[in-house]
Design a protein around this ligand. Structure first.
Ligand SMILES: Cc1ncc(COP(=O)(O)O)c(C=O)c1O
Length: 402
């Protein structure tokens, strides 16, 4: 069976990045000489997605990749070569960039943003010593921590966003309302920090095109409140959340999202540097997880196919979304008739299932292979090193010439 991944955006003829990965490689991924499970990564798709995003966003918007979604060194280097920057969630991520010589100098580290609103104290000290001096925060206590461990650094406050349609919402963990955000920035200034910017994250895999516009309007309110206190910010960081096409729910096109963002930016009280922090949009379409069938079973009239990869080997987002994230799947048996199947993992744990009710070849058997597409983001970074004694998958670059 081979499902088509070619997807047209609902409001235009925009091809979705990622369709090219399946179009280029299709069943060829079943013949690759790597031990399963593995993640195949295609850097050409990263380039396509990057260009797609850049052209859709208002001119001059800086793209800083959220490496929390995929920290593969080859992918990071590709983002750097494309002109992209980086945001980190820990010093460990900055250390990866330093080791790769992407952020070897203090000047390079200063281009990186630390967007985790609550940071480990040692991470703040180490990052600041390396040259990074722009930090997100959303509490008085974090401002005090930054004033102590990164004195004089530039800070950007994290705004709460309205609950909207995102597949992987942030559970309200981060962000404060506009009035609190303005007070926090004034408090930070009183501690000797530079009130540098405002940020938000609308939620990952956001399917409402206007979610960013709504959040930017809130940021404008913070800017006005700060201006009343003679404070001008320099950066609006609009976070990530840009959606990719899985099976099922249609997602808005980047063109529609970009237009909506452009409208909102035009309403800001004064011009500022604009930044986005995409993760999924750049990395997900570039990856395909290839896994082997290790067992098949009939249970209560349902057919289960067990793979050598499951929730704990890269499919944590299946758990996070209660299995509603529907990765496109193909299998090595090809064009035959299909059967509705539950696709699960290798652990002795009943939370290990990737998807319920997918159509796979009716005769799929032990030793066959399954390709799970759109899996370049939030997969390997989540894979357990040794849960149930099973090691994490490796990543290999796909070669379009093959
Ligand atoms: C602060 C921050 N920025 C950016 C991202 C990237 O989000 P996405 O992968 O949805 O683009 C995340 C992901 O959760 C995040 O927490």
């Amino acid at each position: 069976m081979r499902k088509s991944l070619a997807v047209r955006a609902p409001d235009g003829p925009e091809p979705a990045p990622g369709s090219s990965l399946a179009d280029h490689f299709g069943s060829k991924v079943f013949g690759l000489p790597y031990e399963t499970p593995f993640l195949g990564l295609d850097l050409t798709t990263v380039t396509e997605a990057y260009e797609h995003l850049r052209l859709a966003l208002p001119r001059g918007t800086e793209i800083k990749f959220a490496m929390k979604c995929n920290a593969d060194g080859r992918l990071l280097q590709k983002v750097k070569d494309l002109g992209g920057g980086f945001v980190v969630a820990s010093y460990g991520e900055l250390a990866v960039l330093r080791d790769l010589e992407i952020a070897a100098s203090a000047a390079d580290a200063a281009e990186v943003l630390f967007s985790n609103p609550v940071k480990r104290p040692d991470d703040v000290s180490h990052a600041f010593a390396a040259g990074l001096d722009r930090f997100a925060f959303d509490s008085e206590r974090e401002a005090e921590k930054l004033a102590e461990l990164a004195p004089g650094s530039r800070v950007y406050v994290r705004l709460k966003t309205r609950a909207a349609q995102s597949a992987v919402p942030s559970e309200g963990k981060f962000g404060v309302p506009a009035d609190h955000a303005a007070r926090l920035m004034l408090y930070a200034a009183s501690l000797g920090l530079v009130p540098y910017g405002i940020t938000f994250h609308v939620g990952s895999q956001m399917t409402e095109a206007t979610a960013w516009e709504t959040a930017i309007a809130e940021a404008a309110a913070v800017m006005r409140a700060l201006a009343d206190n003679e404070v001008r910010i320099q950066m609006l960081n609009m976070g990530g959340g840009f959606p990719v096409q899985y099976d099922g729910t249609a997602v808005p096109s980047m063109a529609a999202i970009g237009k909506s963002i452009g409208r909102a930016i035009g309403q800001l009280p004064y011009p500022v540097r604009t930044v986005v922090e995409p993760g999924r949009f750049l990395a997900a379409p570039a990856g395909v997880m290839v896994a082997s069938v290790i067992g098949v079973a009939e249970r209560d009239g349902a057919r289960w196919v067990h793979l050598d990869a499951g929730a704990f080997n890269g499919f944590m987002e299946s758990l996070e979304t209660s299995n509603t994230l529907r990765y496109p799947v193909t299998d090595s048996r090809g064009q035959g008739s299909t059967r509705t199947t539950h696709l699960t993992g290798p652990s002795c744990d009943s939370q290990d299932t990737i998807m319920f009710g997918v159509e796979l070849s009716h005769d799929l058997d032990v030793g066959d292979t399954v390709a799970i597409w759109q899996t370049g983001a939030y997969t390997l970074v989540y894979a357990a090193e040794a849960f149930n004694g099973i090691s994490a998958p490796s990543a290999y670059l796909l070669d379009r010439a093959v």
